[in-house]
Write a protein that binds this ligand. Sequence first.
Ligand code: FMN
Length: 197
Amino acid sequence: MTIRTLLVTASPHRDKALGSRLARQIAARWGDLLVRDLVAEPLAPLTMDYARALTLRDPLPRANATLALSECLIEELESTDRLIIATPMHNFAMPAALKLWVDYVLRIHRTFAASPQGKVGLLADRATLVIVSSGGFHRAGESQQPNFLTPHLEAVLNTLGIRAPQFVYLEGLVSRRDAPETIIAEAAAALGDAWCQ
Ligand SMILES: Cc1cc2nc3c(=O)[nH]c(=O)nc-3n(C[C@H](O)[C@H](O)[C@H](O)COP(=O)(O)O)c2cc1C
Protein backbone atom coordinates (compact mmCIF):
# COMPACT_ATOMS: atom_id res chain seq x y z
CA MET A 1 0.00 0.00 0.00
CA THR A 2 1.35 3.43 -0.93
CA ILE A 3 1.84 5.76 2.03
CA ARG A 4 0.50 9.24 1.43
CA THR A 5 2.16 12.10 3.29
CA LEU A 6 0.70 15.56 3.85
CA LEU A 7 3.36 18.26 4.17
CA VAL A 8 2.14 21.54 5.66
CA THR A 9 4.64 24.38 5.31
CA ALA A 10 4.42 27.88 6.74
CA SER A 11 7.73 29.60 6.04
CA PRO A 12 8.09 32.90 4.19
CA HIS A 13 11.35 31.41 2.86
CA ARG A 14 9.22 28.88 0.95
CA ASP A 15 11.33 26.13 -0.69
CA LYS A 16 14.57 27.69 0.62
CA ALA A 17 13.49 27.13 4.24
CA LEU A 18 15.68 24.50 5.87
CA GLY A 19 12.64 22.92 7.54
CA SER A 20 10.93 22.45 4.19
CA ARG A 21 14.11 21.03 2.69
CA LEU A 22 14.44 18.49 5.51
CA ALA A 23 10.73 17.63 5.25
CA ARG A 24 10.96 16.96 1.50
CA GLN A 25 14.12 14.92 2.01
CA ILE A 26 12.29 12.71 4.50
CA ALA A 27 9.05 12.50 2.53
CA ALA A 28 10.89 11.54 -0.67
CA ARG A 29 11.63 8.14 0.91
CA TRP A 30 7.96 7.26 1.02
CA GLY A 31 5.08 7.25 -1.45
CA ASP A 32 2.95 10.16 -2.57
CA LEU A 33 3.38 13.68 -1.21
CA LEU A 34 0.64 16.28 -0.93
CA VAL A 35 1.94 19.78 -0.14
CA ARG A 36 -0.11 22.53 1.52
CA ASP A 37 2.06 25.66 1.34
CA LEU A 38 0.33 28.21 3.56
CA VAL A 39 2.52 31.08 2.30
CA ALA A 40 2.14 30.38 -1.43
CA GLU A 41 -1.63 30.03 -0.97
CA PRO A 42 -2.65 32.12 2.05
CA LEU A 43 -5.92 31.14 3.71
CA ALA A 44 -8.68 33.74 3.96
CA PRO A 45 -9.59 35.00 7.45
CA LEU A 46 -12.52 33.25 9.13
CA THR A 47 -15.92 34.80 8.42
CA MET A 48 -18.77 35.74 10.78
CA ASP A 49 -21.22 33.15 9.44
CA TYR A 50 -18.63 30.40 9.85
CA ALA A 51 -17.79 31.50 13.42
CA ARG A 52 -21.50 31.63 14.29
CA ALA A 53 -22.04 28.17 12.81
CA LEU A 54 -19.29 26.80 15.06
CA THR A 55 -20.22 28.56 18.26
CA LEU A 56 -24.01 28.94 17.98
CA ARG A 57 -24.67 26.06 15.56
CA ASP A 58 -26.29 28.45 13.08
CA PRO A 59 -27.06 26.49 9.90
CA LEU A 60 -24.54 26.98 7.10
CA PRO A 61 -24.93 25.80 3.49
CA ARG A 62 -22.23 23.35 2.38
CA ALA A 63 -21.51 25.79 -0.45
CA ASN A 64 -20.37 28.42 2.08
CA ALA A 65 -16.82 29.32 1.01
CA THR A 66 -15.29 29.22 4.50
CA LEU A 67 -16.90 25.89 5.33
CA ALA A 68 -15.86 24.49 1.94
CA LEU A 69 -12.24 25.52 2.61
CA SER A 70 -12.36 23.96 6.08
CA GLU A 71 -13.69 20.73 4.53
CA CYS A 72 -10.98 20.77 1.87
CA LEU A 73 -8.20 21.16 4.46
CA ILE A 74 -9.67 18.46 6.70
CA GLU A 75 -10.05 16.11 3.74
CA GLU A 76 -6.34 16.60 3.01
CA LEU A 77 -5.71 15.21 6.50
CA GLU A 78 -8.22 12.40 6.08
CA SER A 79 -6.86 11.27 2.72
CA THR A 80 -3.25 10.95 3.93
CA ASP A 81 -1.46 8.56 6.31
CA ARG A 82 1.40 10.65 7.64
CA LEU A 83 1.73 14.32 8.50
CA ILE A 84 4.78 16.56 8.44
CA ILE A 85 4.52 20.20 9.51
CA ALA A 86 7.55 22.38 8.71
CA THR A 87 7.25 25.71 10.46
CA PRO A 88 9.41 28.61 11.60
CA MET A 89 9.11 30.04 15.11
CA HIS A 90 7.73 33.58 14.91
CA ASN A 91 7.77 35.60 18.12
CA PHE A 92 8.06 32.48 20.30
CA ALA A 93 5.04 30.86 18.64
CA MET A 94 3.68 29.40 15.41
CA PRO A 95 3.38 31.86 12.49
CA ALA A 96 -0.03 33.39 11.83
CA ALA A 97 -0.42 31.42 8.58
CA LEU A 98 -0.15 28.12 10.46
CA LYS A 99 -2.47 29.29 13.25
CA LEU A 100 -5.12 30.07 10.65
CA TRP A 101 -4.75 26.52 9.24
CA VAL A 102 -5.32 25.24 12.79
CA ASP A 103 -8.50 27.33 13.04
CA TYR A 104 -9.78 25.72 9.85
CA VAL A 105 -8.95 22.08 10.68
CA LEU A 106 -9.57 21.90 14.45
CA ARG A 107 -13.34 22.15 14.17
CA ILE A 108 -15.89 21.17 16.81
CA HIS A 109 -18.35 18.39 15.77
CA ARG A 110 -16.07 17.59 12.81
CA THR A 111 -12.50 16.85 13.90
CA PHE A 112 -13.08 16.88 17.66
CA ALA A 113 -16.04 16.36 19.97
CA ALA A 114 -16.61 18.14 23.27
CA SER A 115 -17.28 15.71 26.13
CA PRO A 116 -17.55 16.16 29.92
CA GLN A 117 -14.06 14.64 30.11
CA GLY A 118 -12.66 17.15 27.63
CA LYS A 119 -12.14 17.37 23.87
CA VAL A 120 -11.91 14.08 21.97
CA GLY A 121 -10.10 13.88 18.63
CA LEU A 122 -12.02 12.38 15.71
CA LEU A 123 -9.22 11.97 13.16
CA ALA A 124 -7.29 8.73 12.75
CA ASP A 125 -4.02 8.76 14.66
CA ARG A 126 -0.96 8.86 12.41
CA ALA A 127 2.81 9.25 12.47
CA THR A 128 3.41 13.00 12.69
CA LEU A 129 6.58 15.03 12.58
CA VAL A 130 6.87 18.75 13.34
CA ILE A 131 10.05 20.48 12.16
CA VAL A 132 10.55 23.80 13.95
CA SER A 133 13.10 26.31 12.60
CA SER A 134 14.27 29.24 14.69
CA GLY A 135 16.76 32.05 14.31
CA GLY A 136 17.86 31.68 17.93
CA PHE A 137 17.95 28.93 20.55
CA HIS A 138 15.08 28.10 22.88
CA ARG A 139 15.68 24.71 24.45
CA ALA A 140 16.38 24.44 28.15
CA GLY A 141 19.91 25.37 29.04
CA GLU A 142 20.60 26.87 25.63
CA SER A 143 18.68 30.15 25.70
CA GLN A 144 16.48 32.52 27.58
CA GLN A 145 13.66 32.77 25.06
CA PRO A 146 10.37 30.92 25.64
CA ASN A 147 8.87 28.40 23.24
CA PHE A 148 5.07 28.54 23.12
CA LEU A 149 5.00 26.81 19.73
CA THR A 150 5.66 23.24 20.90
CA PRO A 151 3.08 22.97 23.72
CA HIS A 152 0.45 24.77 21.65
CA LEU A 153 0.86 22.71 18.48
CA GLU A 154 1.15 19.50 20.51
CA ALA A 155 -2.19 20.27 22.22
CA VAL A 156 -3.78 21.04 18.84
CA LEU A 157 -2.54 17.77 17.31
CA ASN A 158 -3.59 15.77 20.38
CA THR A 159 -7.07 17.31 20.15
CA LEU A 160 -7.33 16.21 16.50
CA GLY A 161 -6.57 12.64 17.64
CA ILE A 162 -2.85 12.60 16.85
CA ARG A 163 -1.44 11.20 20.07
CA ALA A 164 2.35 11.32 19.80
CA PRO A 165 3.66 13.95 17.38
CA GLN A 166 7.44 14.07 17.24
CA PHE A 167 9.19 17.45 17.25
CA VAL A 168 12.63 18.17 15.82
CA TYR A 169 14.39 21.53 16.05
CA LEU A 170 16.59 23.45 13.61
CA GLU A 171 17.94 26.11 15.96
CA GLY A 172 20.34 29.02 15.73
CA LEU A 173 19.70 29.52 12.03
CA VAL A 174 20.84 33.15 12.15
CA SER A 175 24.24 32.59 13.76
CA ARG A 176 24.76 29.26 11.95
CA ARG A 177 23.51 30.33 8.52
CA ASP A 178 26.78 29.29 6.87
CA ALA A 179 26.21 25.63 7.75
CA PRO A 180 22.82 24.60 6.35
CA GLU A 181 23.89 21.07 5.37
CA THR A 182 25.32 20.44 8.86
CA ILE A 183 22.12 21.68 10.50
CA ILE A 184 19.95 19.43 8.30
CA ALA A 185 22.23 16.42 8.89
CA GLU A 186 22.14 16.97 12.68
CA ALA A 187 18.35 17.10 12.68
CA ALA A 188 18.07 13.98 10.51
CA ALA A 189 20.42 12.16 12.90
CA ALA A 190 18.35 13.28 15.89
CA LEU A 191 15.24 11.84 14.24
CA GLY A 192 16.66 8.37 13.86
CA ASP A 193 15.34 5.39 11.93
CA ALA A 194 11.58 5.88 12.22
CA TRP A 195 11.66 8.91 9.94
CA CYS A 196 14.96 8.71 8.10
CA GLN A 197 15.11 5.14 6.75
C1 FMN B 1 8.38 37.75 12.16
C2 FMN B 1 9.51 36.89 12.65
C3 FMN B 1 9.57 36.55 13.98
C4 FMN B 1 10.60 35.74 14.45
N1 FMN B 1 10.61 35.36 15.75
C5 FMN B 1 11.59 34.54 16.20
C6 FMN B 1 11.60 34.11 17.56
O1 FMN B 1 10.74 34.42 18.37
N2 FMN B 1 12.61 33.31 17.95
C7 FMN B 1 13.61 32.90 17.11
O2 FMN B 1 14.49 32.16 17.53
N3 FMN B 1 13.61 33.28 15.81
C8 FMN B 1 12.62 34.09 15.34
N4 FMN B 1 12.61 34.47 14.03
C9 FMN B 1 13.64 33.96 13.12
C10 FMN B 1 13.15 32.74 12.33
O3 FMN B 1 12.68 31.74 13.21
C11 FMN B 1 14.28 32.25 11.47
O4 FMN B 1 14.44 33.17 10.41
C12 FMN B 1 14.12 30.88 10.91
O5 FMN B 1 15.22 30.61 10.09
C13 FMN B 1 12.90 30.73 10.11
O6 FMN B 1 12.87 29.43 9.58
P1 FMN B 1 12.55 29.15 8.05
O7 FMN B 1 13.85 29.21 7.33
O8 FMN B 1 11.94 27.79 8.07
O9 FMN B 1 11.59 30.21 7.58
C14 FMN B 1 11.60 35.28 13.54
C15 FMN B 1 11.53 35.64 12.18
C16 FMN B 1 10.50 36.44 11.74
C17 FMN B 1 10.46 36.79 10.27
